[in-house]
Design a protein around this ligand. Sequence first.
Ligand code: ADP
Ligand code: MG
Length: 246
Amino acid sequence: MTQSPMVRARGLRLDYGAGASLVRAVDEVDLEVAAGETVAVVGPSGCGKSSLLHLLGGLERPSAGEVWLAGQRIDRLRETAMARLRNHAIGFVFQAFELIDELTAVENVELPALLGGVASRTARRRAVELLERLGLAQRAGHLSAQLSGGQRQRVAIARALIGDPQVLLADEPTGNLDSTATVEVLRVFDELRAAGQTVIVVSHDSRITATADRLVCMRDGAFVDETRLTGGGHRPNLGAMAGWEA
Ligand code: ADP
Ligand code: MG
């Protein structure tokens, strides 16, 4: 028996607007991501990367097509079931971190678990463990406003992992970071891949491919090229893709 992919999209489409103002942000995308695989989706600004992630994570409903997570079709779930799924099965990381400034690092990380009904001592223990794993043990009690960009994004990654999600979805996770912080965050993605976390990361920065098993290139809402980076494939020529960097 072949194992079903962790994430599967078929004929995925997302239209914004209608008539003359219709924008087809995602255009007939098919995607299968195996458990433990890291897939990087790269392409220029406006090509539909965020829209695709929103569809895969249940933040938007497709105009057409299907989204499956761990063998379950999710695009037709009712909003309450979708919200539960987003809390338990899907982790999101955003370009702008989206941390709560008034909370400490550990409070930000444990918050989704507390909202999901996890006992406070368990949530705290797991949050501390994640911060340790991401090299932030010394920063657990700091307010997020007191942290550097790279530290904030690592806190946001810890928060996304608190529910032990089946898939981690990251939207331009290095988009707001300088090059030192970018390297810090790319190292985390590399470790997640080594640890067997399923990850889909979108970026216009081709350096993200250093952390991926597979690279998909997107243009005008559609997938136009695909390269396997591990398991017998080759690393892409990063110089050739330099035009995609910010
Ligand atoms: P990317 O993340 O690759 O920059 P997006 O998914 O944000 O691309 O956008 C894809 C296309 O959809 C763009 O043309 C963008 O202008 C359009 N778009 C995105 N969000 C909306 C929206 N809420 N309403 C209308 N058009 C949108
Ligand atoms: Mg985007």
